[in-house]
Design a protein. Structure first.
Lengths: 291, 252
């Protein structure tokens, strides 16, 4: 029964998820150098990047592509303006909701699809068919669905949260399905051999066996969610980092745009650092290093 | 079937349905395993040794024939007959303690702890009960797996090349260990291996399988006192007899 499951997982789109997960893991594992050396290399990389940026934008005005120095100055300005924190909070709030709902729906659904071949045959084509649709294309639908009601949270927030949900849901469901469908046969046989079935089997074997890939899926999903939230906020909302970028553009202040981009990058890195710390802490004792 | 027959295998056929059609693996296997004996099964790679063992453990279902244990047709996996996997089947997400206690149904923690610790001592892993498999050597992992199996006090142990992944030195040590445990606990042990010497060093009888589709060609009696000295003429004669059945040219 299990071979079939593995075969199906390999045929379906879930291979993409596994491949990505494996690459992430490999990229993390390969680098065993000590942290001062690592820091040195990243500083060197960034110096080269900023230098190149400086050279190509050498005599630009702020309405062109701003220089690193102009960006630095603008960063100080937008930090002083005070709206930045409000926008950061708005974006993080949307990501948190969308991501949490995606995890709450995606993980159980993925487990169902990974475990019962019939449910996978039925649902996986739909999931894989909807997955390539950019969440942004859903915006009109989202507005139609949620635009009317300000119940509990703001209507515009709801549409944005829905888009975040969509963007993180697919990686989570795909990774979880693949994880459960490819649980090593000997683990399931061991469980059967020792008479562990039902809820116990799920709690003691299926979930922990699938956990590394589920966590990688969550990490992937959070990264995508952060990318999408900025895009989603360029349309139809009046807060968030995407709005901040758009607003700066409307004022022809490209230096504020690049400054906001720096903030977006820093928060994205912080989110990834946070989730990968949780992931490595959970997996460290299994002999899986993630960073 | 005599009184001492533990496992009774008659005319067992097993084929796997694949995309390229049916693969016939077992082709009328007959074998009696005696209560409390140490039986080895040897055969060429891919002949169906693991398949036969999986069928005995009810991980796979036979296509035709009969496998009876204690007079009852095999149907579902059970704790009474535990399987030890080739590349250890212990759970990497559980500590040594949790792994060994995996199959132990004992609601009282104190009692369970005492029980688990007994098996930790049996396999010499004192002090490692909180370690995780990733922190153990290959030989230690294999000990955990043996302890996990023994902790549910099964009548039968199925060993599918349990020493295959170990280095020569650890393998020797583990062989000695498994013989000691077998003699202490009087379980029926069925060892699958492709190492003829290993089979003769450990087993009371050695069943030799043919190429796929496989049958049992013959069962060689291997009565030797223990601890065994494997540097005797008798031992070599039996080894050469088995090589001959397997069609192996022993000179390189
Ligand atoms: N689930 C399966 N589906 C299809 N064919 C299978 C399956 N399991 C085993 N086989 C085939 O059955 C044959 C016997 O396999 P088995 O694993 O029992 O061999 P083995 O004697 O244990 O070999 P080895 O010594 O290499 O472990 C092989 O040809 C294998 O390809
Ligand atoms: Mg095998």
């Amino acid at each position: 029964m299990n071979d079939v499951r593995i075969k199906i997982a390999m045929q379906s789109g879930t291979t993409a998820g596994i491949a990505v997960a494996k690459n992430l893991e490999a990229a993390g594992r390969a680098d065993k150098s000590a942290w001062p050396a690592k820091l040195g290399w990243s500083l060197a990389g960034w110096t080269i990047f900023v230098l190149a940026w400086h050279l190509v934008t050498l005599h630009n005005k702020i309405s062109d592509i701003p220089t690193p120095m102009q960006t630095w100055a603008a960063l100080a300005e937008i930090l002083e303006q005070g709206v930045l924190w409000k926008n950061v909070v708005a974006s993080v709030f949307r990501v948190a909701w969308g991501f949490a709902i995606a995890a709450l729906v995606g993980i159980p659904l993925g487990i169902l699809m990974g475990w019962y071949p019939l449910s996978r045959k039925l649902l996986n084509p739909v999931v894989q068919g909807l997955r390539p649709i950019s969440p942004i294309a859903w915006l009109p639908i989202a507005v139609t669905l949620f635009g009317g009601s300000d119940w509990l949270i703001d209507a515009s927030d709801k549409s944005a949260i829905f888009l975040i949900f969509l963007s993180s849901f697919f990686p989570i469901v795909t990774a979880t399905t693949a994880a459960v469908a490819t649980i090593e046969r000997k683990f399931l046989r061991s469980a059967a051999n020792f008479g562990v079935t039902g809820l116990d089997l799920f709690r003691r074997v299926i979930l922990p066996a699938a956990m590394p890939q589920i966590l990688t899926g969550l990490r992937l999903a959070l990264g995508i969610a952060w990318v999408v939230v900025v895009a989603a906020e360029m349309l139809g909302v009046s807060s968030g980092l995407g709005f901040q970028v758009n607003d700066a553009r409307n004022m022809l202040r490209n230096d504020w745009v690049t400054a906001a981009m720096v903030i977006i990058a820093l928060i994205g890195l912080a989110l990834d650092y946070g989730i990968s710390s949780i992931t490595s802490a959970t997996l460290a004792r299994r002999g899986v290093d993630q960073r | 079937m005599t009184a001492s027959t533990k496992i009774f295998i008659r005319d067992v056929f097993k084929s796997f349905g694949t995309k390229k059609g049916d693969v016939h693996v077992l082709d009328g296997v007959n074998l009696d395993v005696r209560e409390g004996e140490f039986l080895a099964i040897v055969g060429p790679s891919g002949c169906g040794k693991s398949t036969l063992l999986n069928c005995m453990a009810a991980f796979e279902h036979i296509t035709r024939g009969s496998i009876q244990i204690d007079g009852v047709e095999v149907d579902e996996p059970t704790k009474k007959r535990v399987f030890v996997f080739q590349e250890t089947g212990i759970f990497p997400w559980m500590s040594v303690w949790d792994n060994i206690g995996f199959g132990v149904d004992e609601p009282d923690f104190e009692k369970k702890h005492e029980h688990v610790m007994k098996y930790i001592h049996l396999v010499g892993l004192e002090g490692f009960e909180k370690s995780f498999p990733a922190e153990l050597s290959g030989g230690m992992k294999q000990r955990v797996e043996f302890a996990r199996a023994l902790a549910v006090d099964p009548d039968v142990l199925y060993l599918d090349e349990p020493f295959g992944a170990l280095d020569a030195f650890t393998r020797l040590e583990m062989r000695r260990e498994i013989v000691r445990i077998w003699r202490e606990t009087k379980k029926t042990v069925i060892l699958v291996t492709h190492d003829v010497e290993e089979a003769l060093e450990l087993a009371d009888r050695v069943a030799v399988m043919t190429r796929r589709p496989a049958t049992i060609h013959s069962v060689i009696d291997n009565p030797m006192s223990r601890p065994r000295d494997c540097d005797t003429d008798d031992f070599r004669d039996r080894k050469h007899a088995i090589f001959k059945i397997l069609g192996v040219e022993r000179r390189v």
